[in-house]
Design a protein. Structure first.
Lengths: 115, 109
């Protein structure tokens, strides 16, 4: 059963702690993305990766870090430098470029609460 | 930076009424996609439009891409309670998706 998994669904952390959100896909997609969604708002791009061992900053990368050591995995670390980390985090992947299909498949998301 | 705006931000309709959301980009887009996010859920891909002036239909949903490839619309005919959710457009520019602000639709039975 192919898809994108994110874990955990809910995550609670104390202020000042780093936390890593997991994102795994078995769709054989090259591109992966991390978005942040705040209540009642749209999606803002944090980081994206077109290929293993390469990634680029999105619009709101400050306070976040990522790695792409494997095609299937794109973990996101929310560092203590992120001023307002409480949000809904969504991971997505898309088919290989050049096939004319660029739709994104989203995971179920992780709701992070930092107090 | 590039922005993609959607209007309206919210829309409440009676079941059976039509609904339209509009998406406007400050720059030309390679393509436009539409997603639906149910309350508490994650965005789900609906459709992709690539050509200038393109129109596509999915049952009661009609999608349009503007001639200048800077705007798009989603029209739902005779809304049903299952249409409830937030509809997002997303424009593709150099491997980056720029998501619109979304339109939240509520359907009153």
């Amino acid at each position: 059963d192919g898809g994108i998994t994110q874990s955990p669904k809910y995550l609670f952390r104390k202020e000042g702690q780093n936390v890593t959100l997991s994102c795994e896909q078995n769709l054989n997609h090259d591109a992966m993305y991390w978005y942040r969604q705040d209540p009642g708002q749209g999606l803002r791009l944090i980081y994206y990766s077109q290929i293993v061992n390469d990634f680029q900053k999105g619009d709101i990368a400050e306070g976040y870090s990522v790695s792409r050591e494997k095609k299937e995995s794109f973990p996101l670390t929310v560092t203590s430098a992120q001023k307002n980390p409480t949000a809904f985090y969504l991971c997505a992947s898309s088919p290989p470029a050049g096939r004319g299909r660029y739709e994104q498949y989203f995971g179920p998301g992780t709701r992070l609460t930092v107090t | 930076g590039q922005q993609v705006m959607q209007i309206p931000q919210y829309q409440h309709v009676q079941e059976g009424e039509d609904f339209t959301t509009y998406c406007n980009s400050s720059t030309t887009l390679s393509n436009i996609q539409w997603y639906k996010q149910r309350p508490g859920g994650h965005p789900v891909f609906l459709i992709q439009l690539v050509k200038s002036g393109e129109v596509k239909k999915q049952k009661r949903l009609t999608f349009q891409f503007g001639e200048a490839k800077k705007n798009s619309s989603l029209h739902i005919t005779a809304t049903q309670t299952t249409d409830v959710g937030t509809y997002f457009c997303a424009g593709l520019r150099t491997y980056k998706y720029i998501f619109g602000t979304g339109t939240r639709l509520k359907v009153l039975a």
